[in-house]
Design a protein around this ligand. Structure first.
Ligand SMILES: [Zn+2]
Ligand SMILES: [Zn+2]
Length: 241
C-alpha cells in the first residue's frame, strides 16, 4: 500500500469515528438507512402483473398488458413508489444526497435474498441528456446499475443507450403526450447481448421503459428485464420522476 493510500484509509477511519454514519430517515447511528426504516418501505403485494408489476387481485396480466404485451419481459421490484420511499428517492435524486445510493441500492438488492433477481448479460442504465447530466452532476440510474453490477458481477454498459435530444420534463403530461415527448428520444450504440436489464430509479407509466425496450428488440435483444427501485401505481404518479 502506498503512503497516500495509507493516509487516505486512516483519514476515512478517523472521520467515521468523529462523524459516525447515521440513518437519514430517523437519525439512529449505524447506517445511512437503518433496517427499521428500510422495513417501512411500502411493498407490492404478491400478486402483480407478470409484465409491468402493477398490483392485481390474482396472478396474471393487467388489463393493459393483456390487450397488448409491452416490449419488455418483466419488471423487477418489490416496492411501491409511496412514502417514505418516495421522499427518500426524491431527496437522493434532486438534493445531492449521494450517500443514500448505497442504502437504496442495497435495500433493493437484499429484498431478493442472495441472488440477483435475474441474470442479464449486462445492465443498461436509462441515460440522462447531457444537459440534464451537467445540471444534476450525476445519473441516478447509473449509480444504481454500478452498485448492482458490482454486487452481482454483471457488466454495466452506460454508453449503449443514448438520449438524442433533451426531452421536456414528463411531469403533468398525459400518457399519450409522454409517448410523443419521448418519441425518437433515444438511440443505440454498440453490439448487444441476448439478455439485458434496463435500470431506472422509478417506473411510472412505463413509457420510457417500453420505448427503450422497443429499441433494444429492434437491435436483436431477446430478453429485456426492467430493474427499478420502485413502481408507481397508476393513481399516484409522482411529481418529479
Ligand atoms: Zn432509520
Ligand atoms: Zn401490466
Amino acid at each position: 500500500m502506498s503512503v497516500l493510500q495509507h493516509l487516505h484509509r486512516n483519514s476515512q477511519r478517523i472521520s467515521q469515528w468523529l462523524f459516525p454514519e447515521h440513518c437519514r430517515s430517523c437519525g439512529v447511528v449505524g447506517a445511512a438507512l437503518c433496517s427499521a426504516c428500510a422495513s417501512d418501505w411500502p411493498r407490492l403485494p404478491d400478486e402483480v402483473c407478470s409484465y409491468c408489476a402493477l398490483p392485481l387481485q390474482t396472478n396474471g396480466d393487467c388489463s393493459v398488458c393483456s390487450v397488448e404485451a409491452p416490449p419488455y419481459d418483466h419488471v423487477y421490484t418489490h416496492f411501491v413508489y409511496a412514502e417514505p420511499l418516495s421522499t427518500a428517492i426524491l431527496t437522493w435524486k434532486f438534493h445531492q444526497h449521494l450517500d443514500w445510493t448505497r442504502a437504496l441500492a442495497q435495500t433493493w438488492a437484499e429484498s431478493w435474498g442472495d441472488q440477483a433477481p435475474s441474470r442479464p448479460e449486462c445492465l443498461l442504465p436509462v441515460p440522462l441528456h447531457a444537459r440534464r447530466l451537467r445540471e444534476r452532476g450525476y445519473n441516478q440510474s447509473l449509480l444504481l446499475a454500478r452498485y448492482w453490477g458490482k454486487r452481482w458481477h454483471i457488466p454495466v454498459r452506460p454508453a449503449v443507450l443514448r438520449r438524442r435530444r433533451n426531452t421536456r420534463h414528463q411531469t403533468g403530461l398525459s400518457a399519450a403526450a409522454r409517448r410523443e415527448n419521448l418519441d425518437a428520444a433515444f438511440n443505440l450504440r454498440g453490439k448487444l447481448p441476448a439478455h439485458v436489464a434496463i435500470v431506472d430509479d422509478v417506473m411510472t407509466t412505463g413509457t420510457t421503459a417500453a420505448q427503450l425496450a422497443e429499441l433494444l428488440r429492434q437491435g436483436g435483444v431477446q430478453r429485456i428485464d426492467i430493474w427499478v427501485l420502485a413502481r408507481a401505481l397508476r393513481e399516484m404518479v409522482p411529481t418529479h420522476a
